[in-house]
Ligand binder design. Sequence first.
Ligand code: HEC
Length: 122
Amino acid sequence: MKVPVAVIVLSLTVALGSVAVAADVQHGKALYETRCTSCHSIEYPAAGPAHKGLFGRKAGSSPGYTYSSALKDSKVVWSAETLDKWLSGPEAFIPGQKMYISIPDAAERADIIAYLALATKR
Ligand code: HEC
């Protein structure tokens, strides 16, 4: 499905509230490729779970991947807001999880989330 980028950017800007940035999908794609693909892909599980269908899915529920019990047992559902919290600091958000990287820069997080909103839609 093709979703106009402007619509996604607008809804993300609203969803993230205090994060006063306009997300840049192309920059988000570049960041995803350099910061995430060592462990993740959209399509297939690897060191980390596959990201397809991410938005609206319960955390820890992508098939074919063995999650930490912390993530699997969490009540988190992935949205722009929960992804922003997760990427700010996975361990602070869901203690006991096993993803050991974070993206401290709010603008970079917004760009990555905007890219994911487009790329994971299936
Ligand atoms: C060093 C490896 C590594 C890198 C790099 C990494 N992750 Fe992860 N990620 C993981 C692991 C491992 C998990 C599973 C965590 C668990 O089970 O507790 C995970 C889980 C996730 C989840 C939860 C998915 C689900 O199905 O519930 C999201 C979302 C996520 N990562 C996004 C990202 C993004 C976006 C990036 C890049 C900014 C990234 N990750 C970079 C290893 C990584």
